[in-house]
Design a binder for this molecule. Structure first.
Ligand code: GTP
Ligand code: SPV
Ligand code: MN
Length: 597
């Protein structure tokens, strides 16, 4: 079906995999309406998707995953380079030959009884200088229909690849072959043997055993971050875990801001911000990944290479994120949310309390004593063009020029609400040593503070020390045209454990201060983290309970020295590739803050 016209390289690659995987059928999937409808009908018949009430949420479905397959599996995500040092200490390294052998055994016959979908796609606008082409082979129809929402799947990418454009070869199997007459399960997977392997030397991605999110939608973290970060380093650009936001001031000036926060730390929410401050307007360009290249004028230009949002459902409400709620009002696939008796979705943090008769993500009647109704990493999958605040330039093939880049994390103390770095180098130090409390977006314990450089800890495809050095080079080349660098923290808490900052739409106050800095209107005061708003400088007018300056920015001497010591200990683990000059930059910044105090 259409594969006959594939050019020889592509055909040979597909044939090789068909021999290994032994699917019962092979289908080219271009994401077209009729094909998608047919796949969805099949998924409903199989019990993977359950249609929601079309009068409440048209053309929308709920999937419930296997409870053992609910998030990215960081411990089984590997970078296979010949030299382990090229993967660096922050990645799980596996010898490429051994990994190919091990996965080869798992892949052998793993698609028996199933259809293999051949999915050509582009990350970035087809034909643009940013575009990267790829083909994912998968035996999951759920992955296929999700990919059509998340990436530019289709004829244009296929034609580009057939025309000879290089493509990233990506192979995915849920690892659950079907014997003849064996009944399928709703969510096939092989959790005991899951591996998500990357071979940077050949840009290959091999994923086995999981059907969930970043483990299986290979255009996202595997391609657009881990593989792309390797290309980016070689070619002088940046592949980042960042949202991109367009901000228009009351003076009608436009600013483009990118922000790196770790998983489940607020990127989608900031990307869809509805400013609480009168006169400001925010529009969305991307919510998770930014590819950043120097433009012809020397400014850094960013694109969102994705086509949709794979957003965290819990905590999303009309109060916190009305834009997301509007975006997912139709044509959305929900995974691991709860289902109401009238055929709609529910999760913790929604505006309405849990209705009676609620069925949890595990398919059981809801009993609060037995845990949440929606899995904490429950997600929605939806095309970006459904977002009411999507900016027209989100598909600009040349991207948007960045004015500021923000680093943030989830920290109950220490890190101030906002600070401007003293220089690009100082900002790189702050980005390289940022830390965050772990979340449900990956397997493992939640709430533990870990260093997560540039929110890229699980996503950098090479040595983290080299990555930091690459950031220095990109900044040096951009010179005075480089965007300014900031840190933010929406998650400081008081003694009772309550957030001191209301967050969400109120974060616009922080963005307004950043713009004031860009325009030279805000003086700021010196702080261990750089320049923070002087008391009274942050516009808190009209806030119900304005927090004190100290609650938002205060930091004790001991708190600061502990932080600095911990940051230094972390970067020591990246030596000798971590740029030593940054230690001097950090020390100079520390001294500057000291003299100012
Ligand atoms: P990934 O998709 O995993 O990369 O997550 P993300 O960075 O896009 O995070 P998202 O915006 O989905 O937010 C994750 C969680 O943080 C949700 O439960 C939000 O409600 C919560 N959150 C987001 N912004 C804020 C904020 O400003 N303040 C507080 N307190 N919580 C927030
Ligand atoms: C993240 O964990 O940062 C996500 C979800 O955006 S996933 O696609 O699973 O990586
Ligand atoms: Mn993310």
């Amino acid at each position: 079906m259409g594969i006959a016209d594939a050019n020889q390289d592509v055909q040979r690659w597909i044939d090789e995999w068909v021999r290994v995987l032994e699917p019962a059928r092979v289908e080219l999937y271009l994401g077209e309406r009729e094909e998608t409808d047919r796949l969805i009908d099949g998924l409903i018949a199989q019990g993977t998707l359950r249609p929601l009430d079309p009068s409440r949420r048209p053309r929308s479905y709920v999937a419930a995953s296997d409870p053992r397959d609910v998030a990215r599996l960081e411990s089984r995500t590997v970078i296979s380079t010949d030299d382990p040092d090229d993967a660096g200490p922050t990645n799980h390294w596996q010898d490429p030959t051994a990994m190919r052998e091990r996965l080869g055994k798992l892949f052998a016959g793993s698609m028996r009884g199933r259809t293999m979908y051949v999915i050509p796609f582009a990350m970035g606008v087809v034909g643009s200088p940013f575009a990267v082409y790829a083909i994912e082979l998968t035996d999951s129809a759920y992955v296929a229909v999700s990919m059509a929402k998340m990436a530019r799947v289709g004829r244009a990418a296929w034609d580009a690849i057939l025309g000879g454009a290089p493509f990233v070869p990506a192979v995915h199997s849920v690892g659950a072959p079907l014997a003849p007459s064996q009944r399928d399960v709703a969510w096939p997977c092989d959790p005991d043997n899951t591996w998500i392997a990357h071979f940077p030397a050949t840009s290959e991605i091999w994923s086995y055993g999981s059907g969930y999110g970043g483990n299986a939608l290979l255009g996202k973290k595997c391609l657009a971050l881990r593989i792309a970060s390797v290309h980016a380093r070689e070619e002088g650009w940046l592949a980042e875990h960042m949202l991109i936001l367009k901000l228009t001031s009351p003076e009608q000036r436009t600013y483009y801001i990118a922000a790196a926060f770790p998983s489940a730390c607020g990127k989608t929410n900031l990307a869809m911000l509805q400013p609480s401050v009168p006169g400001w307007r925010a529009e969305t360009i991307g919510d998770d990944i930014a590819w950043i290249r120097p433009g012809p004028d020397g400014r850094l230009r960013a694109v969102n290479p994705e086509y949709g949002f794979f957003g965290v459902a819990p905590g999303t409400s009309r109060r916190t994120n009305p834009v997301a709620m509007a975006t997912i009002s139709h044509d959305t696939i929900f995974t691991n949310v709860a289902v109401t008796p009238d055929g709609d979705v529910w999760w913790e943090g929604m505006d309405e309390p849990a209705p009676s008769g609620l069925i949890t993500w595990r398919g059981e009647p809801y009993d609060p004593a037995k845990g949440p109704a929606a899995h904490p990493n429950a997600r929605f999958t939806v095309e970006a063009r459904q977002c009411p605040t999507i900016a027209p330039e989100w598909e600009d093939p040349n991207g948007v020029p960045l004015d500021a880049i923000v680093f943030g994390g989830r920290r109950r103390d220490t890190v101030p609400l906002v600070a401007e770095a003293r220089s690009w180098e100082h900002g790189v130090w702050l980005g390289a040593t940022m830390a965050s409390e772990t979340t449900a977006a990956a397997e493992g314990s939640v709430g533990r503070v870990r260093r997560d450089p540039f929110a890229m800890l699980p996503f950098c495809g090479y040595h983290m020390g080299d990555y930091v050095a690459h950031w220095l080079e990109v900044g040096a080349r951009a010179g005075a045209k480089a965007p300014r660098l900031y840190v933010v923290n929406w998650f400081r808490r008081d003694d009772e454990g309550a957030f001191v900052w209301p967050g969400y739409g109120e974060n616009a106050r922080v963005l307004a201060w950043i713009v004031d800095r860009l325009e030279g209107r805000a003086q700021g005061v010196s702080h261990p983290y750089g320049t923070v708003p002087a008391p009274g400088e942050l516009d808190l007018a009209g806030m119900a309970e304005a927090p004190s300056w100290d609650a938002l920015f205060g930091i004790g001497d001991e708190e600061w020295s502990r932080e600095l010591e911990d940051a230094r200990a972390f970067v020591a683990t990246l030596a000798p590739r971590f740029p030593a000059s940054l230690l001097d930059v950090a020390e100079a910044a520390d001294r500057a803050a000291d003299t100012d105090r």
